[in-house]
Design a protein around this ligand. Structure first.
Ligand code: AHR
Length: 347
C-alpha cells in the first residue's frame, strides 16, 4: 500500500512537475538558442576582420552580365578578405535603391553599384555619403551634378566603344570601295536610360554624323536581350528591305537579330547582305566572328571585380584613387580573332 501510495505520490509529482520541468527546459533551450543566435546572428565576426562589401547588380539580362557577376563573386571572397552581400535588382532601379538602403542599414564598409539607368541616384547616394560609406560604380555610370556622391568608377568607356564601331565601319567601307555609296543602318539599342546604351549611341552617332551617305533608318531599344533583339529586328525587316548594316549594342541582341534576319531569308556577315556590328565579344559571338557571321565585335570587358578590389585596397590604405578606371578592351574581326582567344573566353 505504502508502495502504492509512493507510486501515486510519485506520479502526482511527475504530473505536476513534469510540465513545469519541460517548460523550463524549453525556455532554457529557447534562451540558449537566443544566446547562440545573438552570437551567430551578426553576419561577420570581428575577428574575421573582413571588409564588408554590398554589391547591387542591375540584373542578369545577358551572358556578359553573368560574367560580370561572377567576376565580383570571385573577387570578394573570404579568402581575399571580404564579406560579400550581393543583390540582383532584376532590372529595376527601385530594387537597387532598396538594396543600397539595406546596405547602409547594415553598415557595410563599401557599396558597389552597377546602375541600371544613369539618372535618379542623387538621394540614395547622398544617404550613403552621409553614412560615410564610399560608393564605387561598376560597369555603368551615373549622371549626377555632384561628383562627390561616388568615390570612383570601374567600368567601360561606352562612348569610345560606339566611336570604335563607327571608325571600323568607315575603314571597312573604304576597303570595299563603298565609302561614297548610300549605306542604310539600323541600330538595336540597349536598355533605355542605361549609360552603356547612351554612350554607344552617342559614340556611333558622332562618326555617322561625319558621313552624309550613312542613313540611320531607325534606332530602337531592345533591352540588351536575345528575345527583344529578335523582336525589334523582325520589325525593322518588315519595314525596310534595304538594310545594309545592323549596329547591335550587345551580343545577346545580335544573336536574336541574326535569327530574325535568317528567318527573313537574308544573309549576314562577311559574305552576306547585311553587315553585323556587335558589342561585348563573348565566347559564342567570337566563334561567329571567326566564321564570318558577325563582321566585328567591339569588346566590353566584364572582368571588373578584381579592379574594384584594387581600388578598395587603395582606399583601405588611405591612398587617393582616380575618379574613373576603364578596363582594357579590344576590337575583334575575322582577321585577328584566334582559336586561343576564343578558348580563353570564360564567358
Ligand atoms: O553595361 C554593359 C552592357 O550591359 C553589356 O554590353 C551588355 O551585354 C550588358 O547587358
Amino acid at each position: 500500500m505504502k508502495k502504492y501510495m509512493a507510486n501515486v505520490h510519485m506520479s502526482r509529482i511527475t504530473m505536476v512537475l513534469l510540465p513545469a520541468i519541460l517548460f523550463m527546459m524549453v525556455m532554457m533551450g529557447w534562451g540558449f538558442g537566443l544566446l547562440t543566435n545573438i552570437e551567430e546572428e551578426p553576419y561577420i565576426s570581428e575577428e574575421d576582420n573582413l571588409i564588408v562589401v554590398g554589391v547591387s547588380q542591375l540584373g542578369s539580362e545577358s551572358g556578359w552580365r553573368t560574367a560580370n557577376t561572377e567576376s565580383v563573386q570571385k573577387a570578394f571572397t573570404k579568402q581575399n578578405g571580404y564579406f560579400l552581400i550581393f543583390n540582383n535588382a532584376r532590372q529595376k532601379q527601385e530594387n537597387q535603391i532598396k538594396a543600397i538602403r539595406n546596405f547602409i542599414a547594415q553598415r557595410v564598409d563599401y557599396i558597389v553599384l552597377a546602375p541600371v539607368v544613369e539618372s535618379g541616384w542623387e538621394t540614395v547616394l547622398q544617404e550613403a555619403k552621409d553614412a560615410g560609406i564610399p560608393v564605387i560604380m561598376m560597369d555603368r555610370s551615373v549622371d549626377v551634378a555632384d561628383q562627390s556622391l561616388y568615390t570612383a568608377l570601374v567600368g567601360t568607356d561606352s562612348v569610345e566603344e560606339g566611336r570604335k564601331a563607327g571608325r571600323w565601319l568607315e575603314e571597312y567601307l573604304a576597303k570595299k570601295g563603298k565609302s561614297d555609296e548610300d549605306i542604310n543602318i539600323v541600330v538595336l539599342k540597349g536598355t533605355e536610360g542605361a549609360s552603356a546604351q547612351i554612350g554607344r549611341t552617342v559614340g556611333f552617332s558622332v562618326v555617322a554624323g561625319e558621313h552624309d551617305n550613312w542613313n540611320i533608318l531607325e534606332q530602337e531599344y531592345a533591352d540588351f536581350t536575345i528575345y527583344k533583339g529578335k523582336e525589334v529586328m523582325s520589325e525593322f525587316l518588315e519595314k525596310y528591305d534595304d538594310i545594309d548594316v545592323v549596329v547591335s549594342q550587345n551580343d545577346d541582341m545580335t544573336f536574336g537579330a541574326i535569327e530574325a534576319i535568317r528567318e527573313s531569308g537574308k544573309t549576314v556577315g562577311v559574305n552576306g547582305e547585311i553587315t553585323i556590328i556587335s558589342f561585348d565579344a563573348v565566347h559564342d559571338a567570337l566563334e561567329m566572328v571567326a566564321e564570318g557571321t558577325i563582321n566585328v565585335d567591339i569588346e566590353c570587358n566584364p572582368h571588373q571585380g578584381e579592379y574594384i578590389s584594387d581600388v578598395i585596397r587603395l582606399l583601405e590604405s588611405g591612398q587617393e584613387v582616380e575618379k574613373r578606371y576603364y578596363v582594357e578592351e579590344d576590337i575583334f574581326t575575322m582577321e585577328n580573332v584566334t582559336q586561343d582567344i576564343i578558348n580563353g573566353r570564360d564567358y
